[in-house]
Write a protein that binds this ligand. Structure first.
Ligand code: C2E
Ligand code: MG
Ligand code: MG
Ligand code: MG
Length: 289
Protein backbone atom coordinates (compact mmCIF):
# COMPACT_ATOMS: atom_id res chain seq x y z
CA UNK A 1 0.00 0.00 0.00
CA UNK A 2 2.80 2.39 0.89
CA UNK A 3 4.32 1.44 -2.47
CA UNK A 4 1.30 2.76 -4.32
CA UNK A 5 1.74 6.10 -2.67
CA UNK A 6 5.22 6.46 -4.15
CA UNK A 7 8.49 6.74 -2.39
CA UNK A 8 8.28 10.39 -1.47
CA UNK A 9 5.06 9.96 0.43
CA UNK A 10 5.09 10.10 4.20
CA UNK A 11 2.99 7.55 5.98
CA UNK A 12 0.79 9.61 8.22
CA UNK A 13 -1.57 6.82 9.09
CA UNK A 14 -1.08 3.78 11.24
CA UNK A 15 -3.21 0.79 10.13
CA UNK A 16 -5.68 1.51 12.99
CA UNK A 17 -6.02 5.14 12.05
CA UNK A 18 -6.56 4.16 8.45
CA UNK A 19 -9.29 1.68 9.35
CA UNK A 20 -10.97 4.32 11.45
CA UNK A 21 -10.90 6.92 8.72
CA UNK A 22 -12.38 4.49 6.18
CA UNK A 23 -15.27 3.86 8.56
CA UNK A 24 -15.68 7.60 9.13
CA UNK A 25 -15.69 8.16 5.37
CA UNK A 26 -18.29 5.44 4.85
CA UNK A 27 -20.48 7.03 7.50
CA UNK A 28 -19.97 10.49 6.07
CA UNK A 29 -20.95 9.35 2.56
CA UNK A 30 -23.95 7.35 3.71
CA UNK A 31 -25.05 10.35 5.78
CA UNK A 32 -25.29 12.56 2.71
CA UNK A 33 -28.34 10.62 1.60
CA UNK A 34 -29.71 9.75 5.03
CA UNK A 35 -32.12 12.66 5.38
CA UNK A 36 -33.74 12.26 1.95
CA UNK A 37 -33.94 8.49 2.50
CA UNK A 38 -35.70 8.98 5.83
CA UNK A 39 -33.11 6.97 7.70
CA UNK A 40 -33.19 9.16 10.80
CA UNK A 41 -35.77 8.82 13.54
CA UNK A 42 -36.12 10.28 16.98
CA UNK A 43 -36.57 8.27 20.12
CA UNK A 44 -37.74 9.96 23.29
CA UNK A 45 -36.87 9.34 26.93
CA UNK A 46 -39.00 10.66 29.80
CA UNK A 47 -37.65 12.99 32.46
CA UNK A 48 -39.57 12.34 35.68
CA UNK A 49 -40.26 15.05 38.25
CA UNK A 50 -39.02 13.71 41.59
CA UNK A 51 -41.43 15.92 43.55
CA UNK A 52 -44.63 14.76 41.86
CA UNK A 53 -43.70 11.71 39.80
CA UNK A 54 -45.00 13.29 36.59
CA UNK A 55 -43.34 13.04 33.20
CA UNK A 56 -42.39 16.67 32.76
CA UNK A 57 -40.47 16.42 29.57
CA UNK A 58 -38.98 14.00 27.08
CA UNK A 59 -35.50 14.15 25.60
CA UNK A 60 -35.27 13.62 21.84
CA UNK A 61 -32.44 11.22 20.95
CA UNK A 62 -31.43 10.72 17.34
CA UNK A 63 -31.35 7.24 15.80
CA UNK A 64 -29.93 6.27 12.42
CA UNK A 65 -31.09 3.11 10.71
CA UNK A 66 -28.54 2.62 7.96
CA UNK A 67 -29.33 -0.46 5.83
CA UNK A 68 -25.74 -1.19 4.74
CA UNK A 69 -23.78 -0.14 7.79
CA UNK A 70 -26.23 -1.52 10.35
CA UNK A 71 -27.27 0.41 13.38
CA UNK A 72 -24.84 3.18 14.19
CA UNK A 73 -24.93 4.83 17.61
CA UNK A 74 -25.09 8.60 18.03
CA UNK A 75 -21.82 8.35 19.93
CA UNK A 76 -20.26 7.24 16.64
CA UNK A 77 -22.14 9.22 13.98
CA UNK A 78 -22.62 12.59 15.71
CA UNK A 79 -18.86 13.33 15.74
CA UNK A 80 -18.72 12.38 12.03
CA UNK A 81 -21.64 14.71 11.30
CA UNK A 82 -19.86 17.46 13.23
CA UNK A 83 -16.59 16.99 11.33
CA UNK A 84 -18.30 17.07 7.95
CA UNK A 85 -20.61 19.97 8.79
CA UNK A 86 -23.69 17.83 8.12
CA UNK A 87 -24.73 18.29 11.75
CA UNK A 88 -26.28 21.65 10.77
CA UNK A 89 -28.84 20.12 8.43
CA UNK A 90 -29.39 17.09 10.63
CA UNK A 91 -29.72 19.26 13.72
CA UNK A 92 -32.34 21.42 12.01
CA UNK A 93 -34.26 18.27 11.07
CA UNK A 94 -34.12 17.14 14.73
CA UNK A 95 -35.47 20.48 15.94
CA UNK A 96 -38.35 20.47 13.43
CA UNK A 97 -39.22 16.85 14.07
CA UNK A 98 -39.16 17.19 17.87
CA UNK A 99 -41.29 20.35 17.80
CA UNK A 100 -43.81 18.73 15.42
CA UNK A 101 -44.03 15.65 17.65
CA UNK A 102 -44.50 17.78 20.76
CA UNK A 103 -47.31 19.60 19.01
CA UNK A 104 -49.00 16.24 18.41
CA UNK A 105 -48.72 15.40 22.12
CA UNK A 106 -50.04 18.83 23.11
CA UNK A 107 -53.01 18.33 20.79
CA UNK A 108 -53.59 14.92 22.36
CA UNK A 109 -54.11 16.63 25.72
CA UNK A 110 -50.61 16.61 27.24
CA UNK A 111 -50.27 20.38 27.07
CA UNK A 112 -47.75 20.61 29.92
CA UNK A 113 -45.21 18.30 28.31
CA UNK A 114 -41.88 19.74 27.17
CA UNK A 115 -39.31 18.39 24.76
CA UNK A 116 -35.53 18.59 25.20
CA UNK A 117 -33.30 18.73 22.13
CA UNK A 118 -29.51 18.21 22.15
CA UNK A 119 -27.54 20.91 20.36
CA UNK A 120 -24.07 20.38 19.00
CA UNK A 121 -21.49 23.08 19.72
CA UNK A 122 -21.29 23.58 15.94
CA UNK A 123 -24.99 24.46 15.83
CA UNK A 124 -24.63 26.66 18.88
CA UNK A 125 -21.92 28.69 17.19
CA UNK A 126 -24.07 29.50 14.16
CA UNK A 127 -25.08 33.15 14.50
CA UNK A 128 -28.46 32.36 12.88
CA UNK A 129 -29.36 29.71 15.47
CA UNK A 130 -31.66 31.83 17.69
CA UNK A 131 -33.53 33.06 14.61
CA UNK A 132 -33.86 29.53 13.22
CA UNK A 133 -35.29 28.28 16.49
CA UNK A 134 -37.71 31.20 16.79
CA UNK A 135 -38.89 30.55 13.24
CA UNK A 136 -39.45 26.84 13.85
CA UNK A 137 -41.46 27.69 16.97
CA UNK A 138 -43.48 30.39 15.21
CA UNK A 139 -44.41 27.95 12.46
CA UNK A 140 -45.69 25.57 15.15
CA UNK A 141 -48.39 25.96 17.76
CA UNK A 142 -46.18 25.23 20.73
CA UNK A 143 -44.93 27.98 23.05
CA UNK A 144 -41.15 28.57 23.32
CA UNK A 145 -41.36 27.60 26.99
CA UNK A 146 -42.10 24.02 25.90
CA UNK A 147 -38.63 23.66 24.36
CA UNK A 148 -35.45 22.88 26.30
CA UNK A 149 -32.08 23.05 24.59
CA UNK A 150 -29.30 20.84 25.94
CA UNK A 151 -25.82 22.30 25.60
CA UNK A 152 -22.55 20.86 26.80
CA UNK A 153 -20.26 22.64 29.21
CA UNK A 154 -17.67 23.29 26.53
CA UNK A 155 -19.74 25.68 24.41
CA UNK A 156 -18.66 28.81 26.21
CA UNK A 157 -14.97 28.02 26.63
CA UNK A 158 -13.47 29.45 23.46
CA UNK A 159 -15.51 32.57 23.00
CA UNK A 160 -17.44 33.45 26.15
CA UNK A 161 -18.57 36.78 24.69
CA UNK A 162 -20.18 35.25 21.61
CA UNK A 163 -21.63 32.48 23.76
CA UNK A 164 -23.20 35.05 26.07
CA UNK A 165 -24.85 36.80 23.12
CA UNK A 166 -26.28 33.54 21.78
CA UNK A 167 -27.50 32.41 25.19
CA UNK A 168 -29.13 35.77 25.81
CA UNK A 169 -30.86 35.68 22.42
CA UNK A 170 -32.09 32.14 23.06
CA UNK A 171 -33.34 33.03 26.55
CA UNK A 172 -35.11 36.11 25.19
CA UNK A 173 -36.94 33.92 22.71
CA UNK A 174 -38.37 32.04 25.69
CA UNK A 175 -36.75 28.62 25.39
CA UNK A 176 -34.97 26.94 28.32
CA UNK A 177 -31.25 26.18 28.43
CA UNK A 178 -29.84 23.09 30.11
CA UNK A 179 -26.25 21.98 30.60
CA UNK A 180 -25.88 18.33 29.58
CA UNK A 181 -23.36 15.87 31.09
CA UNK A 182 -22.70 18.34 33.88
CA UNK A 183 -19.55 17.69 35.88
CA UNK A 184 -17.50 16.19 33.06
CA UNK A 185 -16.34 19.42 31.45
CA UNK A 186 -15.42 22.93 32.31
CA UNK A 187 -17.93 25.39 33.74
CA UNK A 188 -17.53 28.29 36.04
CA UNK A 189 -20.22 28.98 38.57
CA UNK A 190 -20.41 32.63 37.58
CA UNK A 191 -21.10 31.58 33.97
CA UNK A 192 -24.00 29.34 35.03
CA UNK A 193 -25.63 32.29 36.70
CA UNK A 194 -24.89 34.76 33.94
CA UNK A 195 -26.14 32.45 31.18
CA UNK A 196 -29.49 32.00 32.95
CA UNK A 197 -29.15 28.25 32.88
CA UNK A 198 -32.42 26.57 33.81
CA UNK A 199 -31.25 23.04 34.43
CA UNK A 200 -28.10 21.03 35.13
CA UNK A 201 -28.15 17.44 33.95
CA UNK A 202 -25.84 15.53 36.27
CA UNK A 203 -23.73 13.23 34.14
CA UNK A 204 -24.54 9.55 34.37
CA UNK A 205 -20.96 8.68 35.28
CA UNK A 206 -21.62 10.16 38.75
CA UNK A 207 -24.98 8.42 39.07
CA UNK A 208 -23.81 4.96 38.01
CA UNK A 209 -21.90 4.08 41.20
CA UNK A 210 -23.89 6.12 43.72
CA UNK A 211 -24.61 2.98 45.73
CA UNK A 212 -20.97 2.07 46.36
CA UNK A 213 -18.93 5.21 45.80
CA UNK A 214 -19.01 7.78 48.56
CA UNK A 215 -17.07 10.26 46.39
CA UNK A 216 -19.81 10.15 43.78
CA UNK A 217 -22.42 10.64 46.50
CA UNK A 218 -20.50 13.69 47.75
CA UNK A 219 -20.17 15.12 44.22
CA UNK A 220 -23.84 14.60 43.37
CA UNK A 221 -25.08 16.09 46.60
CA UNK A 222 -22.73 19.08 46.20
CA UNK A 223 -23.98 19.69 42.62
CA UNK A 224 -27.59 19.57 43.82
CA UNK A 225 -26.93 21.98 46.69
CA UNK A 226 -24.98 24.37 44.50
CA UNK A 227 -27.73 24.35 41.88
CA UNK A 228 -30.37 24.94 44.56
CA UNK A 229 -28.39 27.92 45.89
CA UNK A 230 -28.25 29.35 42.36
CA UNK A 231 -31.93 28.65 41.68
CA UNK A 232 -31.14 26.07 38.99
CA UNK A 233 -33.01 22.77 38.48
CA UNK A 234 -31.19 19.43 38.58
CA UNK A 235 -31.83 16.29 36.55
CA UNK A 236 -29.94 13.07 37.19
CA UNK A 237 -29.10 11.10 34.04
CA UNK A 238 -28.71 7.34 33.79
CA UNK A 239 -30.84 6.40 36.81
CA UNK A 240 -31.13 2.61 36.75
CA UNK A 241 -31.84 1.47 40.31
CA UNK A 242 -34.29 2.21 43.10
CA UNK A 243 -31.34 2.86 45.45
CA UNK A 244 -30.00 5.59 43.16
CA UNK A 245 -33.48 7.10 42.96
CA UNK A 246 -33.92 7.05 46.76
CA UNK A 247 -30.59 8.84 47.26
CA UNK A 248 -31.41 11.46 44.62
CA UNK A 249 -34.84 12.18 46.12
CA UNK A 250 -33.34 12.42 49.59
CA UNK A 251 -30.85 15.00 48.29
CA UNK A 252 -33.59 17.09 46.70
CA UNK A 253 -32.78 16.37 43.05
CA UNK A 254 -35.65 17.70 40.91
CA UNK A 255 -35.79 15.20 38.05
CA UNK A 256 -34.52 11.81 36.97
CA UNK A 257 -34.06 10.16 33.61
CA UNK A 258 -32.93 6.60 33.03
CA UNK A 259 -33.71 2.98 32.31
CA UNK A 260 -35.44 2.63 35.70
CA UNK A 261 -38.32 4.61 34.20
CA UNK A 262 -37.92 3.98 30.48
CA UNK A 263 -35.36 3.52 27.77
CA UNK A 264 -35.50 5.99 24.88
CA UNK A 265 -38.50 4.75 22.83
CA UNK A 266 -40.36 5.69 19.64
CA UNK A 267 -42.98 8.45 19.92
CA UNK A 268 -45.93 6.03 19.92
CA UNK A 269 -44.62 4.35 23.05
CA UNK A 270 -44.28 7.72 24.77
CA UNK A 271 -47.95 8.33 24.03
CA UNK A 272 -48.79 5.04 25.75
CA UNK A 273 -46.56 5.91 28.70
CA UNK A 274 -48.22 9.31 29.07
CA UNK A 275 -51.63 7.67 29.17
CA UNK A 276 -50.62 4.83 31.50
CA UNK A 277 -48.18 6.51 33.85
CA UNK A 278 -49.34 6.87 37.44
CA UNK A 279 -47.38 9.48 39.38
CA UNK A 280 -45.68 7.82 42.34
CA UNK A 281 -47.01 4.45 41.96
CA UNK A 282 -43.82 2.42 42.46
CA UNK A 283 -41.54 3.26 39.53
CA UNK A 284 -42.29 0.88 36.69
CA UNK A 285 -39.77 -1.91 36.41
CA UNK A 286 -37.37 -1.90 33.45
CA UNK A 287 -39.81 -4.34 31.81
CA UNK A 288 -41.97 -1.25 31.31
CA UNK A 289 -39.58 -0.02 28.64
P1 C2E B 1 -26.98 12.58 26.14
O1 C2E B 1 -27.67 13.78 25.59
O2 C2E B 1 -26.27 12.74 27.42
O3 C2E B 1 -28.12 11.47 26.22
C1 C2E B 1 -28.21 10.49 27.22
C2 C2E B 1 -27.67 9.16 26.75
O4 C2E B 1 -27.72 8.23 27.82
C3 C2E B 1 -28.49 8.54 25.62
O5 C2E B 1 -27.58 7.81 24.79
C4 C2E B 1 -29.39 7.57 26.38
O6 C2E B 1 -29.86 6.50 25.58
C5 C2E B 1 -28.47 7.09 27.45
N1 C2E B 1 -29.18 6.64 28.66
C6 C2E B 1 -30.35 7.10 29.15
N2 C2E B 1 -30.68 6.48 30.30
C7 C2E B 1 -29.69 5.60 30.57
C8 C2E B 1 -29.46 4.65 31.64
O7 C2E B 1 -30.24 4.51 32.60
N3 C2E B 1 -28.31 3.95 31.57
C9 C2E B 1 -27.42 4.08 30.54
N4 C2E B 1 -26.31 3.33 30.58
N5 C2E B 1 -27.60 4.97 29.53
C10 C2E B 1 -28.73 5.71 29.53
P2 C2E B 1 -27.68 7.90 23.19
O8 C2E B 1 -29.10 7.96 22.76
O9 C2E B 1 -26.81 6.80 22.66
O10 C2E B 1 -27.02 9.29 22.86
C11 C2E B 1 -25.67 9.54 23.15
C12 C2E B 1 -25.34 11.00 22.97
O11 C2E B 1 -25.44 11.38 21.59
C13 C2E B 1 -26.27 11.95 23.71
O12 C2E B 1 -25.91 12.00 25.07
C14 C2E B 1 -26.03 13.24 22.96
O13 C2E B 1 -24.85 13.85 23.43
C15 C2E B 1 -25.79 12.74 21.55
N6 C2E B 1 -27.03 12.93 20.78
C16 C2E B 1 -28.12 12.13 20.67
N7 C2E B 1 -29.06 12.69 19.87
C17 C2E B 1 -28.54 13.87 19.45
C18 C2E B 1 -29.03 14.92 18.60
O14 C2E B 1 -30.16 14.92 18.08
N8 C2E B 1 -28.18 15.98 18.39
C19 C2E B 1 -26.94 16.05 18.96
N9 C2E B 1 -26.17 17.11 18.69
N10 C2E B 1 -26.47 15.09 19.79
C20 C2E B 1 -27.26 14.01 20.02
MG1 MG C 1 -28.81 15.21 26.30
MG1 MG D 1 -26.05 13.60 29.06
MG1 MG E 1 -23.69 12.96 26.31
Amino acid sequence: HAKLEGRNTYRFFTPQMHAKSVRALQLENAMRRALERNEFTLHYQPQICLHTGEIRSVEALLRWNQPELGSVSPGEFIPVAEDSGQILQIGEWVLRKAVAQLQTWHQAGFGQLKVAVNLSAIQFHQPQLPELISRILLESDIPPTALELELTEGVAVHDPKAATLTMDALRKSGVWLSIDDFGTGYSSLSQLKRFQIYKLKIDQSFVHDLDHDSNDRAIVSAIIRMAQALGIQTTAEGVETQEQLDFLREQGCDEAQGYLFSRPVPAEQISELLCAYQPWSPPPSPAFS
